[in-house]
Each structure stands twice: as C-alpha cells, then as structure tokens.
Design a protein around this ligand. Structure first.
Ligand code: NAD
Ligand code: GLY
Length: 363
C-alpha cells in the first residue's frame, strides 16, 4: 500500500509517496500528468541501476523522457553540472510546462532541483530519492543548490517539488555506509524534535542496522512527517526551520575543509551533532546526560567521531563563518536543550568557536 504524506505551505502542496515498487507504478506516474518534455537527471551509478526501469514505466504511462547522466559524487554538485542540465533542457526545447525528474541521492536532488528552479524561472521537478538520506530529508522541503569553492550549498534557491516518489526498494542496492549516513539524519530529527523517536532508535537499533523493512518505513515516514511540519511552518527558513541544521554548521565546515572527500555528508553531520552537543554543554545549554545519550546512539550506529590531526581549529571556525547561518552578528548554532528539544542561538563569535574547537581537537 502507498503511504502518502502531504507537504503544504504558502502557495504549494505536494504529496510524498512512500512504498516499495513505486518506480514500476504506472498509475502513479500517469497521475503526475507530465507533458511537454521530461528530463530525468541522474548519475552514472544510479542510472545503471534504475534509469531503464523508470523510463519503461514512464513509457507505459505514455510519457517519453530524455536523460541527463552526470558523474557520481559530491564534487560534481557544481555550477558546471547545473549548466549542463540547463543546456540539455534548452536543447530539447523544454518549455514552462516541462518537468525535471531527479533520480538519485541528495546530490542529484539538489542539483536537478536547482536547474528546475532556474529554467524559465522555475519548472516542475519531481524528486525520486534513492538514498536513505535523501528519502528522510533532502528530497522534501525545496532546498536546492550547488557547492562552490567557498563552501557548501552557497548558491541555490528554494524550489518545492511537485511530487516526491520514495521507492523503498531502491535502498536494496545502497551500500551500508551510505545507509548509515542516512540514519544520522534520522538521529537528528530525534534529537531536535522527537524524544520518542530517540527511544525508538535506542530500542530498534538492531532492526535498523539489519535494514528491516518495517524499521526503514518507520524512519522514513516519521522523518518526512517532521520535515513536512517544519517546512509548512517556516518554508524559507526565516526562523524555526533552522533547527533542521542541527550539527550542520560544524559538518559543512568539516566537509569543505577536507574537500568533501573525508566523510559522507551524514557522517559529517554525526560529528557535527557531537560537537554541537559538547559546545552546548560548554556554555551551559545542554546537560551532560543529553550529550552522553546522543553519543551512545551515534556509537551504536558505528559513527567514528574522531577528527583528523591535520584539521586546523582556526580554519574550521573561519569556515563556519562562511556558513549561511552566519551573519554580521556572528555564527548561529542549533543547540539541544534536552533530547527532543532544540534552540536556535545566534551571535557566537569566531574566537569562541576557535577556542572550543581547539579544546575539542586536543582532547
Ligand atoms: P549522494 O547523492 O552522493 O548519494 C550517495 C551515494 O550513493 C552516491 O555514490 C550515489 O551514486 C549512490 N546511490 C544513490 N542511490 C543509490 C542506490 N539506490 N543504490 C546504490 N547506490 C546509490 O549523497 P546523499 O547522502 O544522498 O546526499 C547528500 C547531499 O544531499 C549533500 O550534497 C547534501 O548537501 C544534500 N542535502 C540536501 C538537503 C536538502 O534539504 N536539500 C538535505 C540534506 C542533504
Ligand atoms: N536539511 C535542512 C533543511 O531542509 O532545512
């Protein structure tokens, strides 16, 4: 049975369909009423696995689709590849009623979403996330963009999809390390807004690690429901949506300082959450019990929270200043008040973060 979560905000409403086998569901794709040209954007790994299947289903639904296949990897979430997608849309004479289908993980979702946001000032994009991370987070909520040398996701747009199609079968081919990176984002929801989910993760860790279907479906449905609620309340991150960035200010700095090669995004988020909890403790916002419970959960899922020796605390702190959450008043951090409750705290100074990172990295 198809489980659907509705995402609704000012000026948009779309369904997130969650079920096994949706790539083969002709009726679902017929209902999407795709016309006037469809471009499937994917990468070489995902295309080898799922492109033919999706194209066949679309064909049976009476929809013909071209494809744009990019190289795999975070380093390819670039302006050059964004332009390549736009070039292909121009070449196929796509118009304002054409659609882009993003078939892949968060990299493809962000990149294809950003191209769709810009083509003729915005055309329809359908997100078909194939990693757990993209299914529980990136495919919902309309953040799109690319990385530049100065930092991650610094160029982008808010562009909500017309539909999100989560075929849980696609996770069967996802490597365990990638799967666990997705679990990090589920842990994030537990920490910032759902103490019950934290208990559930603690109690069902073995089932999650074994990738049991029921556990996966629970994680996706719960996460998407939380994300939908946050996005509905604050679509363009004027306030509360920033809680979803818990651990991300540290994570983005770690990723950019290591050229996006040291960790998967979810792994960097796991370290970022650990740093954020410790920082919270250092300023009296987060209690010791909370830090330890999060640490135990991260360890249960096998996250390595150590940081390479060559990283410089000063450079890391400076990279955090480049983050979108920083402004003239300083760096804004999401910190835990308790398990399931996050607060957004602005105004931290570079020197304060430098000192904290120096201390953490020496420990
Ligand atoms: P990814 O897109 O790089 O995918 C991870 C790896 O898995 C890639 O090698 C990919 O080819 C492979 N893969 C994807 N699906 C597969 C499948 N079903 N079987 C086998 N291999 C598969 O990384 P990700 O973790 O999905 O996403 C990370 C990106 O998402 C980052 O760029 C991050 O900034 C972005 N993100 C965006 C949002 C948002 O709200 N827009 C939220 C979180 C993360
Ligand atoms: N992943 C953070 C957000 O969508 O706001």
């Amino acid at each position: 049975m198809v489980d659907s979560v509705q995402v609704q905000g000012e000026g948009f409403a779309y369904p997130v369909h969650i079920a096994a086998g949706l790539l083969d569901d002709i009726e679902l794709w017929q209902q999407a009423s795709l016309r006037d040209g469809v471009l499937i954007v994917s990468n070489d790994v995902v295309a080898d696995l799922y492109l033919a299947r999706l194209q066949q289903t679309l064909q049976r639904a009476g929809i013909s689709a071209s494809s744009c296949i990019l190289p795999d990897g975070e380093q390819h979430k670039s302006i050059a590849n964004w332009q390549l997608i736009l070039d292909q849309l121009l070449t196929m004479h796509a118009n304002r009623r054409s659609s882009v289908i993003a078939l892949g993980g968060g990299v493809i979702g962000d990149l294809a979403g950003f191209a769709a946001a810009c083509y003729m000032r915005g055309i329809n994009v359908i997100q078909v996330p194939t990693t757990l991370l993209a299914q529980v987070d990136a495919s919902v909520g309309g953040k799109t963009g690319v990385n530049v040398a100065q930092g991650k996701n610094l160029i982008g747009a808010f562009h909500q999809p017309g539909m999100v199609v989560i075929d849980t079968d696609t996770l069967a081919t996802l490597p365990q390390r990638e799967y666990l990176a997705g679990v990090a984002e589920v842990i994030k929801y537990a920490m910032i807004m759902d103490a019950e989910l934290c208990v559930w993760l603690e109690q069902h860790a073995a089932a999650v690690l074994r990738r049991e279907t029921a556990a996966i479906e629970h994680m996706i449905r719960t996460s998407v429901t939380h994300k939908a609620a946050v996005v509905a309340a604050d679509t363009r991150e004027q306030g509360r949506r920033a809680v979803l960035n818990y651990g991300h200010s540290f994570a983005h700095a770690l990723e950019s300082q290591t050229g996006y090669t040291q960790w998967l995004h979810g792994e960097a988020v796991a370290i970022g959450m650990h740093l954020a909890a410790n920082f919270g403790r250092s300023i009296g916002c987060t209690d010791q019990h909370c830090v330890e419970r999060q640490l135990a959960l991260l360890k249960r899922f096998g996250f390595d929270l150590s940081m390479p020796q060559q990283l410089q605390p000063q450079q890391l702190a400076e990279a955090m200043l480049m983050d979108k959450k920083a402004d003239h008043a300083g760096i804004t951090l999401v910190l835990l008040r308790s398990i399931g409750e996050a607060v957004i705290k602005p105004g931290f100074e570079l020197s304060q973060l430098h000192e904290f990172l120096q201390h953490s990295m020496a420990a």
